[in-house]
Every structure is written in structure tokens, then in C-alpha cells.
Design a protein around this ligand. Structure first.
Ligand code: ADP
Ligand code: MG
Length: 695
């Protein structure tokens, strides 16, 4: 077996390979493109394409693909062979610079929300040279952005790159005011922790709800759930351990820095954390991670569930999006500094995030909205649908001292002066305790915990980057015009704290009392469902902000709104129809069989011993009869409800929220009750207990 350093990145056309295989000139030119986001000229692209192709072929690749993130689904790729005809009926393995920077997948069936007219069904892909190409299953994958011919984004990467540009531009304006003349770029770094479930594949194949929808639509609570929390950091089972080892190796080859793997709270639940990287690379790597997880699980006779809530009553899965900002010179702008001045700069960036999260809470919430995540946000072991920021006691006390012009305990007896006083060192441990906050400051980064486990992290980071860019823009506008920078800075920070204090909450986010306080006293948004959250993207102040920073055009916003809602409607419709089908074709027949056998055995018992009436059987029979009728009725009611769905996508989404979901819950309730009174051998598919403890 190879050592980790040999393995790591062995399938990636990374900096090391580029330096070795490109001429000094081409290499420098490409580095410039990567560093500054400049466009690549064709002669450079041709040279890179040649080297990339040769490297890929040497490493066993036969095909290449422009790999991108469509608006739905994990990733898309269309494979093309390197083979091209040559004289003397030979074939050559090659691939041109043009094919590298621009491809034309026949992508007419990817959702575009009406952005591509049918007569120009093709979009084009453009290489993102900041995310390295890699070989996966004998195919050279080129990470790309995907646009229409009009330049409208049809993917998740394009707006992510735009949001990074906007954020870098505004952050540099602020840094210049602090005398920083060196930094050329500011980038968001992200480390997404990924949660997932593993279930046995044989059991999985017996559950059509899992196959069609990725989650269980039925299932009574097992006698043992996650109460004991004995799974968390517990010993990893051999089968899972073998899976994790292979997963790590596969990811390392692709240059994904999978670092920690451990069990999560729920039985069958696990987590993978990578080492953070620049957000567009982190997003690509997270997509790869999800894909490889699914593939490797299969090889171990398991299925990896990435759904946000595969099991009712058991913890759901999310991603913890650890986000920070750093300069190209390596300074983390969210890390408290050593000197008073560095502290003031840190505090300005910190309050910029507070302002951004408070003013654009709607956008952040909708960036994580999906049918799956609706089951998780506000439910068990998940942040509520209300967004608030955890800062910890120490930092909150500092902000309070600044806001109220009062001394800060432990620093001085004078009111705290920014730029003059040194802040205390924050103890990382005291900032990292709160696990219930949707948006927590953890020492030198923020952790956004609402992202769903199956979702791309792009959307959340697009909104976060854009919102922070907007806060920094306003700060820079104000400070650039200030006569006395120090005084203006102090006042700006003070005002920002006062204006956005309401978003800070250090208590238990799962507490009912908090939700009341948040909504009634603080006026924070509580958007519980996808249709509710999605409306926020159409609010004029949100559209203006996204358009101002060049992150989205109005048309792109509208199209994304429609695609997301359409996806919501389709997802729930499939779930509802699957429930009806399973109830009618699996659950009811099983119950009828069970009742028939029960009745027969009751008769037999009566004949054998007429003097001993069997009360248990009688009781069970009549309860079963009631449940069978109730299931039949509930299935009909749900089927009728879905059939009556009609209108535009917004109307359908709200119809689902108001009608369909209730009917689904009603059908589930009677079916789950029936499960508890059905003899083990009769229930038509594996139970929660079997699924959760079956690996
Ligand atoms: P835990 O949350 O378990 O305490 P860490 O905080 O060490 O673990 O790391 C969690 C994730 O945060 C990892 O993916 C890690 O790479 C990432 N991370 C650490 N520092 C930063 C940073 N400055 N910016 C972005 N992500 C970071
Ligand atoms: Mg964490």
C-alpha cells in the first residue's frame, strides 16, 4: 500500500504536477490566472490542455468531462473520449485548449428556470482553473462553471465565484483603510463537516421509500433509539471502519483533505470533516465527497443516506459550514489580533458579519431551504429555523463594553477604547461550547450549521459572501470619507453593535422560550418551510443587494426561485405518491393477511377449547379492523389531495405546505400505529430497529 503522502492528490492535476509539466512561462501565466482570477489566453490554454491530457492518459484516463454543479442534483458530467482521428488511420489521444476552457454539454434537460429558450437549448461550460482537474474512474474531470450563451449562470459555481469577487473587492477597501497595502485578494475559507447515515444495502432494497425518496416515510419508533447517546464517539464497527478507511483513501487520491471521521449521536450516523480550503474548492470537494461516499458504501454492502432527515424521531444530518475570511498573505481576518489596532480590525470584520446575518437572515435561511431540510430545522438535534449568532460570553461582554462606553472587566478601568486597548485573549474553549446555535463564532471562524446534508454548500456561501460584502461596502463608504479614522471607526463599531444586538443569542437555541423571544420580542424571522423562506429572495432589498454586487441578475434570481420551488413540489409529490403506493400495495395487504391468520387461529382456538375465550385475539382483531379502515381512508384522502394539486409553482408549493403535508402525517400516524400491533413476520419491510442497528 502506498503511503498517505504518495496517495494524496495522486489523481489531481495540481500545482506540483503543473510545475513539473508546464514550461516556466505557461506555468507563471496560469498561476497569475489562478491568483488574480484573470482570463486564460488561448495559447496558454492549449499548452495546459496538452500537458493535462498527457498526464491524464499516463494515469489511465480515456475520457474527459466538464464537471459542474447543476441547479439540482449532485454534479453533472458528460464524458467524451480523448481519441481523435489522425492520418494513416491512427488515433491520437488529445484534447485542445479550446475544449479545456469551453465545452458544450448537451444539457438541455438540466433545469434552467426558463433562462435558455428551447431553440438554444445548449449552455456552455468554462473551466474554473482555481479548482484543480482530477481523474475519477478513468475520466479526467475539469471543474467548470456552466452558463447560457447570454452569460446567465445555470449552475451553482458561477454565482459563488461572483460572490467571492464581490467580497474580496469590498474587504480590500476596508483593509486599505487599516494601512494594509500588501493583500491583493481576500478569500472565504470553508471547512464543511458532513454528516451521513449508513444502512445495510439488503435492508435498504426492501424499502421503496428509501429507494425513491432517500428517507423513511413510515416507521414506528424502535424500543431503543438514540436515548443512550452511546453511539457518539463510540467504537466504530469493523464494517464501518473498513468503509471509512477506503473512503479516506479515495478522497485523498482526489486531493480531498478528509481528516476526521467519527460516529455521530444517532445510531448509524457518522461524520466526515475535511481540512478547510478556499470556498469554491471546498464546494467542489464536498460534492466529490458525497459522490464517493455513496460509491464506497455500495462496495461495503451498505447505502449512504445523505437525506436531512432519513428517520423521524432520530437526529437528522446536516453540514457545518465553517467559514472564515483570509487575505492572500495568510491573515485570518476573523482572528483576534495581538495589538490594539489588529483588534479593532478584527472587531470591524466581526460586526460586519453580525450586520450581514441580521440584515440578510432571510437570504441565509432560504439558502438552506429544501423539502428535506424542512424536517430538520427546528426538529430534533438541529438548529431552529430562526437564525441567531452565538458569540460566547467573553466576546459578548467586549461588545457590550464598547456599545455602552463602559470599562471591560479585566482590561482597564476606563471605557474600552478601540485602537488603544488590547482585548483579552479569547479562550477557544469558551467560544466553542454552544452546539445549538445556527451560526456560532468558534474562535477564529463562524460555523453555519443550518446547511442540509445533501445540499451543495454553494448556495449558503453565496448568500453569506454577498451579505458580508454588502456590510463591508457600507463600512468602507463611511470610513473612506471620515476626517478622523479612529474616531469614525469606534463610532461605526459602536453603532453596528447597537443596531444588530438582537441577532446575538448565547443561550439554548432549542428552547421553545427562545423561539418566542426571537419572534415576539426581537422581531427575528422564523421561516419554517421552504415556500415561506423562498419568498424572501423576491423581496426588493434582497434583490437589490444581490444585483448590486453582481452576484445574480434579476432574471437569474427569478429562475432560481422557480427551480427551487419546483424541486420542492416534485420532491414532496413523489413522497406523497410513494406513501399512497406503499400503504395500498404493501401495508394494507400485509395487515389483511395478518388479520386473516389471526382470525383463523382464533377460530381454531375456539374449536379446540370453546370454554376458554381468547380476549387478546378479539381485542387485537377489532383494533386491526379499525386501523385497516383508517389507513385505507387516509391513503385515499392523500391521493385525492395530491390529484387536486393545480396552479403555478408558488401556488402548488403553498398547497403542499397547507394541505398535502398534513395528509401525509395523518397516513403515517395510522400506519406506524399498525406496525406496533403487527406480528414481526408480517410487516412488509424492515423496521427502524433493523435499519438503525443493522450495520
Ligand atoms: P470541531 O468543530 O470538531 O471543534 P474544528 O473546529 O477543528 O473541529 O474544525 C471543524 C472544521 O472547521 C474543519 O473542517 C476545519 O478544517 C474547519 N476550520 C478550521 N479553521 C478554519 C478556518 N479558519 N476557516 C474555515 N474553516 C476552518
Ligand atoms: Mg464543528
Amino acid at each position: 500500500m502506498s503511503t498517505v503522502p504518495e496517495l494524496f492528490g495522486s489523481m489531481v492535476f495540481d500545482d506540483k504536477v503543473m510545475r513539473a509539466r508546464l514550461s516556466a512561462e505557461v506555468y507563471e501565466s496560469l498561476r497569475e490566472t489562478i491568483r488574480r482570477g484573470k482570463t486564460l489566453d488561448l495559447s496558454v490554454a492549449n499548452a495546459v490542455a496538452d500537458a493535462m491530457c498527457a498526464w491524464a492518459v499516463e494515469n489511465g484516463a480515456t475520457h474527459f468531462t466538464h464537471w459542474f454543479q447543476p441547479l439540482t442534483g449532485i454534479t453533472a458530467e458528460k464524458h467524451e473520449g480523448f481519441l481523435s482521428p489522425a492520418p494513416d488511420s491512427h488515433v491520437l489521444m488529445k484534447f485542445s485548449g479550446k475544449a479545456l476552457i469551453q465545452g458544450e454539454p448537451d444539457a438541455s434537460s438540466f433545469p434552467s428556470g426558463g433562462l435558455r429558450a428551447t431553440f438554444e437549448a445548449r449552455g456552455y461550460t468554462a473551466w474554473d482553473p482555481t479548482s484543480y482537474a482530477f481523474i475519477k474512474e478513468k475520466t479526467l474531470c475539469i471543474p467548470t462553471a456552466f452558463c447560457s450563451y447570454g452569460g446567465e449562470a445555470l449552475d451553482k459555481k458561477t454565482p459563488l465565484l461572483r460572490s467571492m469577487e464581490a467580497l474580496s473587492f469590498q474587504a480590500l477597501r476596508v483593509l486599505r483603510l487599516f494601512g494594509n497595502t500588501e493583500a491583493q485578494r481576500v478569500v472565504p475559507n470553508v471547512g464543511p463537516e458532513q454528516e451521513y447515515f449508513l444502512v445495510d444495502r439488503e435492508l435498504y432494497l426492501k424499502r421503496r421509500d428509501l429507494i425513491y425518496t432517500g428517507r423513511t416515510l413510515f416507521g414506528a419508533k424502535p424500543p431503543k433509539g438514540q436515548e443512550l447517546e452511546d453511539h457518539y464517539f463510540g467504537a466504530i464497527k469493523p464494517r464501518v471502519k473498513a468503509f471509512m478507511e477506503e473512503l479516506d483513501e479515495e478522497l485523498w487520491k482526489l486531493g480531498v483533505t478528509a481528516k476526521t471521521e467519527h460516529n455521530e449521536v444517532a445510531p448509524g450516523q457518522h461524520e466526515l470533516a475535511p481540512i478547510f480550503s478556499v470556498v469554491n474548492v471546498a464546494a467542489d470537494h464536498n460534492q466529490l465527497t458525497m459522490e464517493i461516499m455513496k460509491k464506497v458504501a455500495r462496495r461495503h454492502g451498505m447505502v449512504c443516506l445523505l437525506h436531512e432527515k432519513p428517520f423521524a424521531g432520530v437526529n437528522g444530518s446536516g453540514k457545518h459550514n465553517n467559514w472564515s475570511l483570509s487575505t492572500d498573505t495568510g491573515e485570518n481576518l476573523l482572528s483576534p489580533g495581538e495589538t490594539p489596532y489588529a483588534n479593532a480590525q478584527f472587531l470591524l470584520f466581526l460586526v460586519a458579519v453580525l450586520k450581514a446575518v441580521d440584515e440578510y437572515q432571510g437570504l441565509l435561511r432560504l439558502s438552506v431551504a429544501s423539502a428535506g431540510n424542512d424536517h430538520r430545522l427546528g426538529a430534533n438535534e438541529a438548529p431552529p429555523a430562526v437564525i441567531s449568532v452565538f458569540l460566547g460570553d467573553e466576546l459578548s461582554a467586549v461588545l457590550r463594553a464598547i456599545e455602552t462606553d463602559s470599562p471591560y472587566a479585566g482590561t482597564s478601568i476606563r471605557p474600552l477604547r478601540l485602537g488603544a486597548d488590547v482585548l483579552p485573549r479569547f479562550n477557544r474553549d469558551t467560544t466553542d461550547r454552544n452546539r445549538t446555535s445556527p451560526f456560532a463564532f468558534t474562535g477564529n471562524k463562524f460555523e453555519f450549521r443550518m446547511v442540509g446534508s445533501s445540499d451543495s454548500i454553494s448556495c449558503a456561501n453565496i448568500m453569506l459572501n454577498a451579505a458580508v460584502a454588502e456590510a463591508l461596502r457600507q463600512f468602507a463608504d463611511r470610513l473612506e470619507g471620515a476626517a478622523d479614522f479612529d474616531a469614525a471607526l469606534h463610532e461605526l463599531i459602536r453603532e453596528t453593535i447597537a443596531a444588530h444586538r438582537r441577532i446575538v443569542f448565547n443561550g439554548n437555541g432549542y428552547d421553545e422560550a427562545w423561539i418566542r423571544e426571537a419572534t415576539e420580542k426581537r422581531g427575528l424571522l422564523n421561516l419554517r418551510t421552504t415556500p415561506d423562506a423562498l419568498q424572501m429572495v423576491l423581496a426588493p432589498e434582497n434583490v437589490d443587494m444581490l444585483v448590486r454586487h453582481g452576484v445574480f441578475s434579476e432574471r437569474e434570481i427569478r429562475s432560481r426561485y422557480e427551480i427551487t420551488l419546483e424541486n420542492y413540489v416534485r420532491t414532496v409529490r413523489i413522497e406523497a405518491l410513494t406513501m399512497v403506493d406503499m400503504a395500498r400495495r404493501e401495508i394494507l395487504p400485509a395487515l389483511l393477511r395478518w388479520r386473516g391468520d389471526l382470525a383463523a387461529s382464533l377460530n381454531a382456538a375456539k374449536q379446540a377449547a370453546p370454554e376458554l375465550p381468547c380476549r387478546v385475539d378479539q381485542k387485537l382483531l377489532s383494533r386491526l379492523g379499525g386501523l385497516i379502515d383508517a389507513i385505507d381512508e387516509a391513503a385515499d384522502a392523500l391521493a385525492d389531495c395530491v390529484a387536486a394539486m393545480d396552479g403555478d409553482v408558488t401556488a402548488e408549493a403553498f398547497y403542499i405546505r397547507d394541505k398535502v403535508l398534513d395528509r401525509m402525517a395523518a397516513l403515517r400516524k395510522v400506519c406506524d400505529e399498525a406496525e406496533t400491533v403487527t406480528a414481526a413476520g408480517y410487516w412488509p419491510f424492515p423496521t427502524y430497529g433493523e435499519l438503525l442497528f443493522g450495520v
